[in-house]
Design a protein around this ligand. Structure first.
Ligand code: ZN
Ligand code: ZN
Length: 155
């Protein structure tokens, strides 16, 4: 990680009212925008470093970063919470429950929802990293699984 990237991470910690500690910097810099990592994967990335950071510290720190809006926490269908460093260009995901494929969803499509929630409920929704489950275009053209066997009636 470049010194410039480190400096901007440190600034984000300070802006969030957090002390910049070596442990926090280590955990933050183990995260990458565009990569989804579980807490265990984050721990594995920093395990060999000289700083003593135990697994529960990694878990607690990631949860704090989530509360501060520095990272997103999303279950992308694997039953594991995955963390990603949030940057200005927010993104969301469309996840196919059939093939497991994942598409990126632009925030411009999600933003009207945020505004509608605010105007109707006065609620400032924090939609940072949305996982929408469904069926991708490719899988929709395939014959639905349940129809192949056990059903003799025509579609
Ligand atoms: Zn993502
Ligand atoms: Zn699919």
């Amino acid at each position: 990680m470049s010194s410039q990237a480190r400096a901007s991470l440190a600034a984000r910690l300070r802006d969030a009212g957090q002390r910049v500690t070596p442990q926090r910097m280590l955990i933050l810099s183990a995260l990458t925008p565009g990569a989804h990592l579980s807490a265990d994967e984050v721990y594995a990335r920093i395990e060999g470093s000289l700083l003593a950071v135990n697994r529960s510290t990694v878990y607690r720190t990631l949860e704090r970063f989530r509360d501060l809006g520095l990272v997103s926490e999303t279950d992308l269908g694997g039953g594991v919470r995955e963390y990603e460093l949030l940057e200005d260009g927010r993104h969301h995901h469309l996840i196919c429950i059939d093939c497991g494929g994942m598409l990126e969803l632009a925030d411009s499509l999600v933003h009207p929802l945020r505004e509608a929630i605010l105007s109707r409920h006065g609620f400032a929704a924090r939609i940072e990293h949305l996982a929408v489950f469904g069926c991708c275009a490719k899988c929709q053209v395939r014959v639905p699984k349940g129809m192949v066997s056990g059903s003799t009636s025509p579609l």
